[in-house]
Write a protein that binds this ligand. Sequence first.
Ligand SMILES: [Zn+2]
Length: 416
Amino acid sequence: MRLGGVVIRIVIDPGHGGKDPGAAGNGLLEKNINLEISRRLAKNLSDYDVEVILTRDSDLYSDLADRCAMANKVKAHYFCSIHVNSGGGTGFESYIYSGAKADTENLRNTVHGAVAAYLRDAGFVDRGKKKADFYVLRETIMPAVLLENLFIDHKIDAASLKNPAFLDGLARAITGGLATALGLQPKISPASPPEKTGATPVKTAATAGTSQARAFLAAKNPKAPDYVQIYADLGAKYGIRWDAVFAQSCKETGFWKFGGLVKPEQNNFAGLGSFGGQKGASFATPSDGIEAQFQHWHVYYYGGNLPAGTKVLDPRRDAVIKSGWAGKLQYVEDLGGRWAPSADYGSSIVNDYMKVMQSLEVQTPAQPTSKPWDPAAEIAQLKAEGLIDSDHKPQDLVTWGEMATVLNRLRRQIKK
Ligand SMILES: [Zn+2]
């Protein structure tokens, strides 16, 4: 995004460093976590049209005056300082300068909201939007925010701070907040994304047939309910290949045997919201549950706009949008690592489910091409249309005179 022809510039400030470790607890040093989060943040922001400057990109000491001078010198549009809290609390809080103006406050509200939403989903409290006379907030001439991301000396907080996937998500939440606050635009990618040979596009029509899906499921679980047509119909509605979504359900429900935390009566066939020991979302009907799953794929592929008039059913929708991963999924294989925790999640859906399903040879019942032959009805139709006058039985013999008459009457009708 450009402001009056100027590229937007963000300074990311990983707090502490070098001889200044910051807070410590549970085997962690604050300076290292701050850098971990900041590096991820800078990497994520490289997807946007924005210039990112880190006040430090290694374990180096830099005093607060130097950090502010750096941001002031490059005339940054925003300053975002990354810290971890300590002192016997838990959760997230953000700071702006006590004398901050309204624009600083507005920007902070957006960033704070995005981060707090991610952390709330992960079970952490929002300690609120605060103001303080912190050096880096006071001495920077641009709007500035300081994020205190959980407490290093709290056991549960620290456990999350040790988890790289958690830090990835946290950085994505901050990225999403900054992108929204500053109106950052994704970098313009080449007209069409490069084709990945052999990968499985999310958007195309399904390559498995409904009878293959039924056979695939029945072979693994003959008692499984038949929702295949619901998947096929919703695939058409949402523009997402239904065979991939169906395959995901087979994987998540163990072919509708439900061995995990999610129970059949929840109608949740994709484990939506069932991470971290939570039992996950429940839906009123199987159709609603499957539609929520399609909406989840839809936001991955298409981003924030659902088909017109569609009721939002996906409980994870806002989290996906805030994470910055909305609208970016191209291939089923790419689900792993970004949209799902395990790296091979997407390739497992393709190789262990979709490919097997697509390779099944299914006998399609012969389709009757027309109604059964009904000679009496044919004769009745000739009479009704005036081609014959008298009643006839199907087995009556026909004279040449009668046949010539029928043909000539027919010819006259056609000529009219
Ligand atoms: Zn700190």
